[in-house]
Design a protein around this ligand. Structure first.
Ligand code: NIG
Length: 411
């Protein structure tokens, strides 16, 4: 509940300050700090950043005050893997899968056709609607990918539209080799030339990252490496879809090339686990996708035990994971992947930020996201519950009570 403005300006700095108090449990999710869980806490936000946090009893005054009545506060979710730029529906494919069919990469071309047929305005409105749904579930920092255009103009359009609504855009021209116009299989080598040449040139101005689906039915390790090298040379950061359907070699490629993240990680050898543990590459697991494809759950417990850095993301897309609910993913990680609530929440906040290399403040002034610490961006997810464990204890319940993004209440 919100109360009337308090006394003026004691938190310092420019602009109005807001004291958020009555926090029953505050999880900072900052792995570098001791005392990551505070009880009876308060936060002061000012100028879009956290100006102060600590025990409510010693909180400074601020211009306005919001009392959360004992609710829990976490950093907003950092969703580091989604595919929001699409049109069309694949529920029939999903239903067939629930009746026993296997997921195959080829379904991407169904969404490609529907996406190409949508107008800019339709696509823009679909993306906005999906971003709004994500924010309503507590997401405050969001990456999304191209990958359903699969020609030069359509990929550039997808990146341009994505950049209007999300924080980070990933170029995924290498999602699938599109079929030829007569429906026969496309020429993979010629398509990789396009992805590394004119398509990259058209998309790069709108993107920060490049990704490749390194998997049977999509791109080989050699083709994936070619794409990643060209994108790195064009100044994009690297990410990989790896080891989703089998031991594709994607994890090793990601580690060797120094990708920021390798995502899916369902099928890992001991060598993959060791390589991830010894690298700076984040292992991003996608629990909702694992459930929606009836895949073996990614070995999140083993990854943490081996010493890898873990992120959890939604993978919202029409084929394998049509949900942007990171809360659902966190609940699944606790209920079915053997993570503690602290591990799961940290992977979906700080871990996501680390996967996007946004866990620290940049010299250019972009504020750190994914953890609550003085100077970081004030992205808060308030639960309608006294403690974060309720996310798993009450799975599927609408527990997002309020959301602050960069210091502004957006829900
Ligand atoms: O991350 N695996 C590749 N890309 C998406 C699925 C795309 C689709 O089937 O439409 C994923 O699961």
């Amino acid at each position: 509940m919100e109360v009337a403005p308090g006394q003026a300006g004691a938190a310092g700095g420019g602009g109005a300050s807001e004291l958020i108090t009555g926090i029953g449990e505050l999880r900072t999710c900052d792995p570098l700090e001791e005392g990551r869980v505070l009880r009876d806490a308060a936060v002061v936000i000012e100028g879009g950043r956290i100006a102060w946090l600590g025990a409510a009893a010693s909180a400074p005054d601020a211009d306005t005050c919001t009392d959360l009545g004992g609710r829990a506060v976490l950093p907003g979710w950092v969703d580091s893997h989604s595919h929001l730029v699409f049109a069309g529906d694949r529920s029939a494919e999903f239903e067939a899968r629930m009746a026993g069919q296997a997921y195959v990469a080829g379904g991407i071309s169904v969404t490609m056709d529907a996406t190409r047929a949508a107008s800019d305005e339709e696509l823009r409105s679909l993306v906005r609607q999906r971003v709004d749904e994500a924010v309503a579930g507590g997401t405050t920092y969001l990456e999304t990918k191209t990958g359903y255009g699969l020609d030069v103009d359509q990929e550039a359009r997808a990146a341009r539209i994505a950049a209007e609504s999300v924080d980070e855009v990933t170029y995924l021209g290498a999602h699938l080799v599109p079929p030829a116009s007569d429906g026969s299989p496309g020429d993979a080598e010629a398509y990789v030339d396009l992805v590394c040449g004119p398509m990259l040139e058209a998309v790069a101005p709108h993107a920060q990252w490049a990704d490749v689906f390194c998997e049977t039915g999509a791109f080989t390790v050699e083709q994936s490496a070619r794409v990643l090298e060209a994108c790195r040379d064009a100044g994009l950061g690297l990410r990989v879809h790896g080891n989703q359907l089998g031991e594709s070699g994607g994890v090793m490629l990601a580690v060797e090339i120094g990708a920021a993240s390798v995502d899916h990680c369902n099928h890992l050898s001991d060598a993959d686990l060791e390589a991830l543990a010894a690298s700076e590459t984040v292992a991003t697991v996608l629990p909702a996708c694992d459930l929606s494809t009836r895949a073996p759950l990614a070995p999140a417990r083993q990854l943490l035990d081996a010493g890898a850095t873990l992120a959890i993301a939604s993978n919202c897309n029409p084929g394998t994971s049509y949900t942007s609910s990171v809360s659902f993913c966190v609940a699944t990680a606790v209920l079915q992947m053997g993570l503690s609530i602290d591990e799961a929440v940290t992977a979906a906040t700080w871990g996501g930020a680390r996967a996007l290399r946004r866990e620290t403040t940049d010299p250019d002034g972009s504020l750190a996201v994914g953890s609550l610490r003085v100077g970081h961006r004030a992205d808060l997810h308030v639960l309608d519950a006294p403690a974060a464990i309720h996310l798993a204890y009450r799975p599927g319940m609408p527990l997002t009570h309020a959301v602050w993004r960069a210091g502004t209440r957006v829900r």
